[in-house]
Write a protein that binds this ligand. Structure first.
Ligand code: UT7
Length: 366
């Protein structure tokens, strides 16, 4: 194998839309504050019958149909999530069953950096000969692990899933540089101590996807439950500072590693946590903000799912073409960070040359 590239992306977001204005009814907040401080206007909320497995499955089917591939073509599945449906087994294993895929399957917990962690783990497993084609998924049901009484966190997050299919490509294309890191000293800045997302939903936690109403468990959970307090707590200011420093550093380091400057990168797809973080990063790097893909206004922060959802939309909008340099960059709980620089490969050519196959009809960069 010469190298590894993203051959297609896909996404699935739950249909239930929760607009900022609806939050004004249950919290001391306003659409104006949320929009101005974060860029978010609305987010998706998983319904009672939705969990990370079925969000991921729909996202994978979307990606497979774009790539002209079948589930059985996949021989490695990595699922990144902060909101595992259950403690065990990994979502990736159930996803493998549903897709009819094969090979190793594992979940990764690295907060909002999880998708990038997944990409890099897959890259090395593939380079090491363990797999030929991988699905790397980011999926979240964040609305089930936020405290809907805590306006400083709950307004930020949303649900959804995105996936990147990885395939072999020629050298000089695909993933050219990568970085990963963690600063464990920052573990306290974002954490959720107990519970799994589905457990909390079945106990009655979360927001009812059907009517947007708060469910009954929450009034009984207060700080006396600190040891098992299951909801996200976050020191937003600390994370904000950390994020701006890391995002700009990732872009500079990845570019330098392949001998280019940030100005040469066509599109940066960062984790969507706050548009002010992205704008501050653009200023720091002296790049136009248009160089950064943003869709936070429609989905909020979907944690590990935000980068693949954004990638899917960037591709649909034609923002990435063969030969373009693209950077994906994440940061989040841990505190963790990671980035990948790709030269967007001509998937049809790569596949044909690598496998002697004829290119299929759906053969754009997607
Ligand atoms: O994906 C994981 C990584 N996470 C992140 O990257 C998040 C990074 N942090 C942030 O995006 C921002 O820090 C937040 C959006 C979380 C908060 O924005 P901020 O500008 O740092 O606000 P703040 O926490 O300093 O709060 C400013 C004021 C406070 O009121 P006082 O003390 O000045 O009277 C808050 O109580 O805004 C108040 N506030 C709100 N007001 C209305 C906090 N949340 C809300 C709210 N609605 N939802």
């Amino acid at each position: 194998m010469d190298n590894v590239t993203i051959s297609a992306c896909g996404k699935y977001v739950p249909p239930h839309v929760l607009h900022n204005r609806e939050l004004e009814d249950i919290l001391d907040t306003s659409h104006a504050w949320i929009k101005e401080r974060t860029g978010i206007e609305e987010r998706r909320v998983a319904g009672p019958d939705e969990d990370n497995l079925n969000l991921s499955l729909r996202a994978c089917r979307d990606a497979l149909s774009r790539a002209g591939r079948r589930g059985e073509d996949i021989d490695l599945i990595i699922v990144a999530t902060t909101t595992a449906d259950r403690m065990c087994p990994a979502i990736a294993c159930s996803l493998q069953k549903e897709l009819g895929a094969k090979g190793p399957a594992l979940d990764i917990s690295a907060g909002c950096s999880g998708f990038v962690y997944g990409l890099i783990v897959a890259l090395h497993l593939m380079r090491g000969g363990m797999a030929k084609r991988a699905a790397v998924v980011g999926t979240e049901t964040m609305t089930r692990i936020v405290d809907w009484r805590d306006r400083s966190t709950c307004v930020l997050f949303g649900d959804g899933a995105g996936v990147a299919l990885l395939d072999q490509c020629l050298s000089g294309e695909g993933m050219l540089s990568a970085c990963l890191g963690a600063w464990g000293e920052g573990d306290r800045h974002i954490h959720a101590a107990g519970g799994g997302a589905c457990m909390m939903a079945s106990l009655g936690g979360g927001l009812d996807g059907r009517n947007g109403k708060l469910k009954s468990l929450l009034p009984f959970l207060d700080d006396r439950w600190s040891g098992i307090y299951p909801f996200v707590r976050m020191d937003g200011k600390e994370v904000f500072r950390f994020a701006v420093g890391k995002l700009s550093g990732i872009v500079e380091d990845l570019s330098a590693e392949v001998g280019v400057v940030p100005e040469d990168v066509k599109l940066i797809v960062p984790h969507q946590a706050n548009n002010r973080i992205i704008e501050a990063t653009a200023r720091k790097l002296r790049l136009p903000v248009e160089r950064f893909f943003m869709n936070i206004e429609r989905y909020g922060n979907t944690s590990a799912a935000s980068i693949p959802i954004a990638m899917d939309e960037a591709l649909s909008m034609g923002r990435i073409e063969t030969g373009d340099l693209v950077i994906l960059a994440g940061f989040g709980a841990g505190l963790t960070w990671g980035g990948v620089l790709l030269r967007w490969a001509d998937e049809a050519r790569s596949r044909m040359e690598k496998e002697g196959e004829k290119p299929m009809e759906v053969k754009s960069a997607r």
